[in-house]
Write a protein that binds this ligand. Structure first.
Ligand code: GTR
Length: 327
């Protein structure tokens, strides 16, 4: 090659390379959980597969353990494109997407299989539209089991046991109303602050599923877990919508496929972890009580439903559909 040609080739290569790197900008993914948690391994599955199947054209990284900040902020950041993707819980998501907030009506799902059935059908598609409207493209609905109350000092068996007790809840008004209806006081607080608040007695308790109760270490400070299962919340594997829309049709199809596979994988991992976490906390001395009759808790929730539907009359039909789909 002549020196001139070499120069030209180098310049072309540089252009190709910079174009290539622009396309291959690594997507930044937010995750609140530690690396071995089922949400985390589901996200890693997604990241690895999209890189493989796009021959390295698409790359994504997961920042675990909430190092990129708390959930409500992260939701804003993925909506705006400051972050690219994440797995978000429907609780904090519902605070900004009304149709999604239906899942936060206490006891709306009978059990976890019913939640899957609803989310994997046309109602899940309607909620996906609600997520698109706020700038998120959902690629799968992950599992996060059922949430129950735990306490530092006592077992909750009836709502009377909640009188005057202070509970941390996620950032969503529905949970403040829910705890108030049960006779307690709710304090919305970032997940990362709950452990210390439990340890120091700033709160009497909190509520979560077994894997989070265990992985967060909350079980070390709160030894009484009452299986109220008052919330069964899906989680969303989401990507910034503008970013998704900028991809080729082929890439979008591939992403959707990988999203579904990652979801199937995550749900299996979830079921295993739920068992393991329960065993671990029981072995560590946590007393777990099953609530055979949930009716006393459920009956107190009517005002929460009424207030929600009064504020969102257009969602009445969707609430009814969610209920009817489980009959
Ligand atoms: C977990 C959930 C997280 C976060 C956390 C919390 O179960 O997976 O996304 O919502 O609960 O209580 O803040």
């Amino acid at each position: 090659m002549t020196p001139k040609r070499t120069l030209l080739a180098t310049a072309l290569l540089a252009v190709a390379f910079s174009a290539g790197t622009a396309e291959a900008r690594e997507w930044r993914g937010w995750n609140i959980h530690p690396p071995e948690y089922p949400v985390s391994t589901g996200m890693e599955y997604f990241a690895e597969e999209i890189e493989k199947r796009s021959n390295g054209e698409l790359t994504a990284k997961v920042f675990h353990s909430g190092v990129l900040g708390d959930q409500p902020d992260a939701i804003e950041q993925v909506r705006e494109g400051a972050l690219d993707w994440a797995v978000f819980n429907f609780g904090p998501l519902g605070a900004v997407a009304p149709s999604v907030n239906i899942t936060s009506l206490p006891f709306i799902f009978k059990d976890v299989p019913s939640m899957h059935k609803v989310m994997d059908g046309p109602i899940g598609d309607e909620m996906a539209e609600g997520l698109r409207e706020i700038g998120l493209e959902p690629l799968g609905y992950f599992d996060s089991g059922a949430r129950s109350f735990y306490n530092r000092e006592k077992l909750i068996q009836t709502p009377a046991d909640m009188q005057g007790e202070k509970y941390r809840v996620m950032n969503n008004d529905l949970y403040v109303q829910m705890v108030a209806q049960l006779g307690g006081n709710a304090t919305p607080m970032p997940y990362a602050d709950v452990f210390q608040a439990l340890q120091t007695g700033v709160i009497d308790g909190a509520e979560n599923n077994f894997p989070s109760f265990e992985s967060s270490g909350h079980y070390e400070a709160a030894k009484f877990y009452s299986n109220t299962q008052h919330l069964i919340l899906p989680e969303c594997l989401c990507i910034n919508k503008e970013l998704f829309d900028s991809l080729s049709e082929e890439q979008q199809t591939m992403l959707k496929e990988v999203g579904q596979e990652a979801t199937a994988f995550q749900r299996e991992e979830w079921a295993k972890r739920e068992e393991a976490s329960k065993e671990k906390v029981v072995a560590a001395g946590v007393e777990v009580v099953e609530i055979e009759d949930k009716a006393p808790f459920q009956e107190l929730m009517q005002p929460v439903y009424d207030a929600f539907l009064a504020a969102n009359p257009d969602l009445t039909e969707l609430v009814e559909k969610v209920q009817a789909a489980q009959e």
